[in-house]
Design a protein around this ligand. Structure first.
Ligand code: ADP
Length: 396
């Protein structure tokens, strides 16, 4: 069974074709600059050279047509015909309260997804465009939606409700939803497998640390709290997002700086985080480099980032009544030994002990805690595409 996994952004379409008999990636690529000048598809069938196809792409349907042609191309392709694709798994950012798991997409599901667009105006509309393009071009192939929010639907109400007038939850669905769910689910399950333990007997804290970053408290395989909230702005200090701040700062800024709603939104989402503090970059590699050269604000940004992750680890250990496993994943979590070490430093009192040699690893599944560490600390590269393909296979 071959499954095509699709992840659509407003001007991009990422894809992977996965053979589920051995979970091997057959081909992958990216269509970028859809709807703007200079659009192109970068396609690679594993074992063959990458090809770049430069063609105007006015919308996602045109992009998908080019992708399907690349996948079935006699020279650069991975399959003979589209008929070989048994199903398509779509990443969908927001499933609201309606979807606590993946679903086979039909008209009713699409209707609900459109209703959820209010909650994720930047993400759900392009996700829906991707689904509609596939439906037009592959009308007989089943489609599955896999949601970033679904894994966190197990949170108890005390975790997800905000201390605002309750009517706002009822009227607008203002509550914590959480994101990166596919990643938190994948790495927590993988960590249990690596340790040879039953996930139902573990308290796990997963740290997805990329440009966007979030933690999840996973008790017996279920998410019971996570750091992102109503939107992906809450929680940790991120590349350009502020995470938790005093909400009164918003109205203070609007008054003092005469800022509009969209200006404040832009400031909190695009100009804050480690970029805002350091003034150097949103990329942790640049900040680590600047800090190493003595840039104090770069160091301050790293310290703020680390200290907030530490706070959440402490909080999540407390609400779960202890922690057995900590998992690091995503760009920074997988590739920055310095960050992992800084986060775990001083947590020996909780039974967390990093082995500095093992922790030198980058991008490879590894147990990085010492033999004696009560809490096992692991690096597990995330694989959202594989998780989407597995969920899709299970449903079709
Ligand atoms: P997203 O998918 O949210 O855009 P990623 O998971 O790709 O983000 O993570 C990107 C972040 O990971 C960047 O800030 C980048 O600097 C950081 N990163 C990647 N590799 C390294 C590395 N070797 N050392 C430090 N940081 C790294």
């Amino acid at each position: 069974m071959k499954i095509l996994v699709i992840n659509c952004g407003s001007s991009s379409l990422k894809y992977q074709l996965i053979d589920m008999t051995n979970e091997e990636v057959l081909a992958k690529g990216l269509a970028e600059r859809i709807g703007i000048d200079g659009s192109r598809v970068k396609h690679r069938t594993i074992g063959k050279e990458e090809v770049i196809i430069e063609k105007p792409m006015s919308n996602h349907k045109v992009a998908l047509e080019i992708v399907l042609n690349a996948l079935t191309d006699s020279e650069h392709g991975a399959i003979k015909s589209m008929e070989e694709i048994s199903a398509v798994g779509h990443r969908v950012v927001h499933g609201g309260e309606k979807f606590s798991g993946s679903v086979v997409i039909d008209d009713e599901v699409l209707k609900v997804l459109r209703e959820c667009s209010d909650l994720a105006p930047l993400h759900n509309p392009p996700n829906i465009m991707g689904i509609e393009a596939c439906q037009e071009l592959m009308p007989n192939t089943p489609m599955v939606g896999v949601f970033d929010t679904a894994f966190h639907q197990t949170m108890p109400k005390s975790s997800y409700i905000y201390p605002l007038p309750y009517e706002l939850y009822e009227k607008y669905g203002i509550r914590k939803y959480g994101f990166h769910g596919t990643s938190h689910k994948y790495v927590s399950n993988r960590a249990a497998e690596i340790l040879g333990k039953d996930i139902n007997e573990l308290n796990i804290i997963t740290c997805h640390l990329g440009n966007g970053a979030s933690l999840a408290a996973i008790k017996r395989g279920k998410s019971i709290d996570t750091s992102m909230g109503f939107t992906p702005l809450e929680g940790l200090v991120m590349g350009t997002r502020c995470g938790d701040i005093d909400p009164a700062i918003v109205t203070f800024l609007m008054e003092k700086e005469n800022m509009s709603i969209s200006e404040v939104n832009n400031l909190l989402n695009k100009k804050s985080g480690v970029l805002g503090i350091s003034g150097v970059s949103s990329d942790f590699r640049d900040i680590e480099e600047a800090a190493a050269k003595g840039n104090e604000r770069a160091q301050l940004a790293l310290d703020k980032f680390t200290s907030r992750v530490k706070k959440y680890i402490g909080a999540y250990a407390a609400i779960m009544g202890g922690v057995d496993v900590i998992v690091f994943t995503a760009g920074l979590g997988e590739n920055s030994p310095e960050t992992r070490e800084a986060i775990c430093e001083g947590l020996e009192f909780m039974g967390i002990e990093i082995d500095k040699d093992k922790n030198k690893v980058r991008g490879k599944e590894t147990i990085v805690s010492t033999e004696n560490s009560k809490v096992k600390v692991l690096v597990v590269p995330t694989n959202e595409e594989l998780m989407i393909a597995r969920e899709t296979k299970a449903l079709v």
